[in-house]
Design a protein. Structure first.
Length: 194
């Protein structure tokens, strides 16, 4: 019969694979950033090798998560989300959800004046965005438009898309992303009976 420790360690491999795939990183890229061999990383993800603290520490750092998140430790009663920013291509992404899978929430900050050339991409999923501050330039298929604070958009990410700061000011926005194509559902207040 499996103990709680065995069950927790067995779950580490799939969690590591999900984190790496979410970052769209290869085993070779992860190996280069952690110093852990590709074969060891592969065996960890498949469950063929038991994780050790020496392996988990650099992996937690590379994925921007805590050790608790890697091993699925039970919550300690602290409801705060300990946000660790991820910098990618001049953009700062702050994860607002802690669980792997399902809908993921992020706060994104793109510096103004960043002369990134639009390079629309596609991938599986569905995204919902809400602009907090600044102006967001969005290219979605044949559409090229600017979103201002308090504006929201949702789209299928299989449509070629790109976004960046619309001017010299930084832009901050919230993003909900679901790989399985979940859509944001807004609940409206029921009409009052007159």
């Amino acid at each position: 019969m499996s103990t709680e420790l065995d069950q927790a360690l067995d779950a580490v491999g799939p969690r590591l694979r999900d984190l790496r795939r979410k970052r769209e990183a290869t085993l070779a890229e992860l190996s280069a950033s952690t110093g852990i061999s590709v074969s060891t990383l592969s065996r960890l993800e498949s469950g063929a090798r038991r994780p050790t603290l020496e392996l988990l520490l650099p992996l937690a750092k590379a994925h921007g998560v805590t050790l608790d998140e890697l091993v699925g430790a039970p919550p300690t009663g602290d409801p705060r989300i300990h946000m660790r920013p991820i910098n990618r291509g001049g953009m700062t992404m702050v994860p607002l959800t802690r669980r792997a899978g399902g809908i993921q929430a992020y706060k994104l900050v793109i510096p103004g004046g960043a002369s990134r050339e639009p390079d629309p991409k596609t991938h599986e999923g569905f995204e919902w965005m809400y602009v907090l501050n600044g102006r967001l330039r969005v290219i979605l298929g044949e559409h090229d438009f600017i979103m201002s604070p308090s504006e929201a958009a949702e789209f299928d990410t299989r449509e070629p898309h790109w976004f960046g700061a619309a001017d010299d000011e930084p832009v901050e926005f919230l993003s909900l992303f679901g790989k399985q194509g979940e859509r944001a559902h807004l609940r409206a207040r029921p009409k009052s009976a007159d």
